[in-house]
Design a protein around this ligand. Structure first.
Ligand SMILES: C[S@@+](CC[C@H](N)C(=O)[O-])C[C@H]1O[C@@H](n2cnc3c(N)ncnc32)[C@H](O)[C@@H]1O
Length: 288
């Protein structure tokens, strides 16, 4: 409605999202309006009594309807924060999850000091590869995805965070990397698809109907995928290089077996902040 204040529009948006049975409609309405007013929730509160700019009304109306239709907020605003940086996201890529920040920490801890080389298999938005490169200015990183659309998003994020000169993007299947990559990396990281068909059908509508299925569900199942991934990582790592893999809620056993069969000797599974065994860390060859 023309002539509405920010506060009035906020109430109307929250009511629409409440009708759509969203869990936290007031918060989501605030985040949506703040996005279009290019402010944060604090800034929004200060402007509650101001008239809402009329030219932005159609955008907000559209955004509220998209959210009421269960499209993830991040695809509507086009962004997600990851490791303190702002990443561009849309329906071509998985929305980076906070637990994946732990994978970055574990990966950084495995890197040797000085110049180093890393690979990110299944890079999606590029959140892991870009973060590693941004945190370690002496790191060269090869990021792989078989989705052309995802690689386009990763390229935008690499440029956004000014690491494009050290991050090479490749359209490969992670099970079929070039022979010349053998023994090349100090670190291989991956947050692969690991959701089973059964789990997928029970996921929230936001995830199941909007995020790319190929980013969530591995062909042939998680055990096969971890086996291929561990074998690939072992082949492409230097001696004493490290691997970090994100795990599904019940994948730890399969991933441990895969790492052992691939030849890794020094293998551990780390719990996430909820105590779920979510990150596998392995080294190629024991360190003396
Ligand atoms: C779970 S998403 C992870 C994306 C991003 N790394 C993150 O952590 O948010 C998995 C990614 O792997 C890609 N992918 C799935 N199977 C693949 C394969 N066999 N080879 C290469 N990429 C694959 C998907 O396209 C998707 O972008």
């Amino acid at each position: 409605m023309a002539g509405e204040t920010v506060g009035e529009l906020l109430s109307r948006a929250a009511a629409r999202l409440s009708d759509a049975a969203l869990a936290d409609p007031a918060l989501e309405a605030e985040l949506l309006l703040a996005n279009y007013l290019e402010t944060d929730r604090g800034g929004l509160m200060v402007r509650k009594g101001e008239p809402f700019p009329e030219e932005l009304l159609p955008l907000v109306r559209d955004a509220v309807e998209r959210r009421a239709g269960r499209e993830p907020l991040q695809y509507i605003t086009g962004r997600q924060e990851f490791y303190g940086r702002d990443f561009l996201v849309d329906s071509r890529v998985l929305i980076p999850r906070p637990e994946t920040e732990q994978l970055v920490d574990l990966g950084l801890a495995l890197l040797p000091s000085g110049a180093a080389a890393a690979a990110d298999l299944g890079t999606g938005s590029g959140c892991i590869a870009v973060t590693l490169a941004a945190e370690r200015p002496d790191l060269q990183i090869d990021a792989v995805d078989r989705s052309r659309e995802a690689l386009a998003v990763a390229a935008d994020n690499a440029e956004r965070h000014q690491v494009e000169d050290r991050l090479r993007l490749h359209r490969y299947d992670m099970a079929d990397l070039p022979r010349s990559w053998a023994g090349r990396f100090d670190l291989v990281v991956s947050n692969p698809p690991y959701v089973s068909e059964t789990e997928w059908s029970g996921l929230a509508v936001e995830v199941r109907d909007h995020e790319p299925r190929q980013a969530l569900v591995p062909e042939g199942g998680a055990a096969l995928m971890y086996a291929g991934l561990a074998a690939t990582a072992f082949r492409t790592l230097k001696q004493h290089g490290g691997m970090v893999l994100e795990l599904g809620h019940d994948s730890a056993g399969a991933a441990l077996e895969a790492a052992g069969s691939a030849g890794f000797e020094d293998v551990a599974v780390h719990p996430d902040f909820q105590g779920i065994r979510r990150m596998l860390v392995a080294r190629k060859g024991m360190r003396t």
